[in-house]
Design a protein around this ligand. Sequence first.
Ligand SMILES: [Zn+2]
Length: 252
Amino acid sequence: MIDTHSHLFEAEFQEDLELCIQRCKENNVHKIILVGFSESTNSKAYDLSLKYDIFYPTAGMHPSEADCDFEKKFQMLVDFIQSHKIYAIGECGLDYHYGKENAEYQKKLFEYQILLAIEKDLPLIVHSRDAMKDTWDILSKYKGKIRGVMHCYSGSWEMAKEYIKLGFYISLGGPVTFKNAVESKRIAKEIPLDKLLVETDCPFLAPTPYRGKRNESAYVWYVVKEIADIRGISFKQVEEQTEKNSKIVFGL
Ligand SMILES: [Zn+2]
């Protein structure tokens, strides 16, 4: 399995990172996309990937970075990827749950990163929270030029189909295991298996039975199991196909 969205560089893992990696290996999670989202975390992700070959780093600027300094921060990102091999641009996108007052900065910072991904021919990792319409309005302008992942997708199945047409994969995480996650379960059932990715977004969004606790990459196992159960197919089938998809998206 491949966890396509992990923040194992976070302070939550400082004490037991080696054990977390060990648990990944025991659970057949053998590649992890380590997702940066700010100047410091882009460096942390990259540095850890030099130390452990299970990690593949990305670099991006999260919408929470979108303040009046966003132009400077974007330039830092451009400079960073000039000299560091990364596997995707992101996470980036729009978050109106937090920071809606910075919506205009967020949109610009997002669009800059879309253009950067096109220029560098890299996939985009898109974060969208409470901002589905604006996310769509911006991304759909670049139809035919962009590709990537809708990370921890929380929209409707109808919109998911549109994102797939736009060149995106849909990534499901811990929430698909939650009892009340009706729409995520619907997507898990309906989506063509060759458009699906799995992730943890750890340390956040731990799956059942760890809901509310610290999440870690080894738990991506629960996401695969839930999807297999919903579809009534084998664990192995979901494991193999999502792994294949991850390799295509990130060029692993
Ligand atoms: Zn994330």
